[in-house]
Design a binder for this molecule. Sequence first.
Ligand SMILES: Nc1ncnc2c1ncn2[C@@H]1O[C@H](COP(=O)(O)OP(=O)(O)OP(=O)(O)O)[C@@H](O)[C@H]1O
Length: 583
Amino acid sequence: MFKKVLEYAGEYRRTTYKAVVLMLIGLIFSVSPFFLAYQIIRPLLLKQSIDILTVSALVAAIAVCGVLHTVFYIKGLELSHISAFHTLKNLRISLQGKLEKQPLGAIQDKGTGAIKKMFVDDIETIELLLAHTLPEGLANLAVPVIVFIGMFIADWKLGLLSLCALPLGVLCMGMMFKIGMRDMGSYYAAGKKMNNTIVEYINGMEVVKVFNRDGESYHRFEGDVKSYRDFTLKWYKACWPFMALYSSILPCIAMFTLPIGAYLVLNNHSTLPDFVLVLCMSFSVGPLFLKALGFMSTLPQINFKIKSLEDTFNSPPLQQSDKPFTGNDHGVEFENVSFAYKEEEVLHGISLKVKEGDLVALVGESGSGKSTLAKLLVHFYDVTGGCVKIGGQDIRDMSVEALNNEISYVAQEQFLFNISLLENIRLGKLDATDDEVMAAAQKAQCGEFLARLQDGIHTMAGDGGKQLSGGERQRISLARAILKNAPIIVLDEATAFMDPENEEKMNEAIAELIHDKTVIVIAHRLYSIVGADIICVLERGNLVAAGTHKELLEGCPAYQKLWSAAEDSASWKVGTAIGGEQA
Ligand SMILES: Nc1ncnc2c1ncn2[C@@H]1O[C@H](COP(=O)(O)OP(=O)(O)OP(=O)(O)O)[C@@H](O)[C@H]1O
């Protein structure tokens, strides 16, 4: 555990070692006063004289030891914290690098709460390990070892008696570790669940209020918070008796030394000064032991959290190479593609060829796999079978950056960064001039709502783009795509939030965006894709038919069903359709 963490400390590893040494020296100064006090007690016990000057010098030395203990210990703590916080920084950067290589979809599946917990809380645990458990724990354990050696040198019998409490304490500690690690899985899972629920509760507050689900949502929130409390208490309840036992037994080094040692002295097997010296030493190391053991009780938790971080690091990264895009053209091919999010396969052997410049629509009932197929093309996930190719090149055989240069993906829900709308659009092409950005915004029909905003295109988008309506967010992201001008466009429910008037405008903008491009569009509203070159009908993860609107209406029962459902929908409107044709 320490080795792994120290790897991340990099050049600060030496700082941690220095911290251990300084704390060790500091603690030696903390036990020295007991030995110095003994130098005063000893002549009194032996009825020898001791002059006031010697007593004063010893008292002064005790005071100096106190000061030196503080100075060394604080300096050690300072160094251990410097090293710890640099390690946390390194670890967070390294974790971010590894997360970046993971499939984007897999990152989204982990949940914001769990990822936040990993980045903030779990990594923070390592601060405890590096700044306290390792240097303080080690120093507080090492000094008692030195003192025990001193006891053995003074009188081996009394030294042995002082060690007697150890096996009992270690046994209790072992039990605590065993129980602590056993239940740590459920305890940790409850913490993760609570984090995700809290993040979801805050993010979903708007929906909760609109649908009057305050109570229900609060109950889930309360349930998970309570469940975390219960797991925590259960865990501590199981560990507490053993913690209490070893915490009281281990520091009581004098437990056996005092009665049996007194017997040995009375029977002349040991001398009274040695007996007092060993007792002084026992009392000096008791608090150190207790402190060291305080850190031990946190080890099961730290151990578990580090393991969970490592597991995250170890999950398979997205398959990609560092090669550029070298495809022959911008045609897209799904070759016998299968996919499972977890165990259950949701796409089964899909084969589909989209010629460069074609407009292909994916239709099907909800849950049939349309979005999943689109996400595989933009490489959010790796296929579990078959392959996805662009211009004949497997997308796993190019870097994600190279792929992103070829594709614009406009998803159902668009995230905007809390920077100006201008900068949000410029993300599509970082070197675009302001004029180019404004032109893209106009083409995406943003002009009207931008004119209403006080700062126009320079308005901040708000946290996650919350300042704008769903439709406005979609138009901003469409402007991004127009600016990017990638040869392949994937539109997932791009007009989902549009009212009829805006949808018409949006469709005009989309028509401009997709002109001369390879387009894959997912739409529930069939009237908007009747002009597509190919319409692919998906049913429970299978591609059941592909053809033009006319062909499918004539020969595909699944499509006929979807079409008649669309016709039944009262609000549908025959108008400008993507692809130019009208139903
Ligand atoms: N992140 C995920 N984890 C696990 N299963 C998922 C995930 N996303 C989708 N699924 C499942 O995969 C299947 C296909 O979902 P997908 O979203 O691709 O369908 P869709 O046709 O796009 O649906 P819709 O039209 O409602 O958006 C569904 O059974 C869905 O429950």
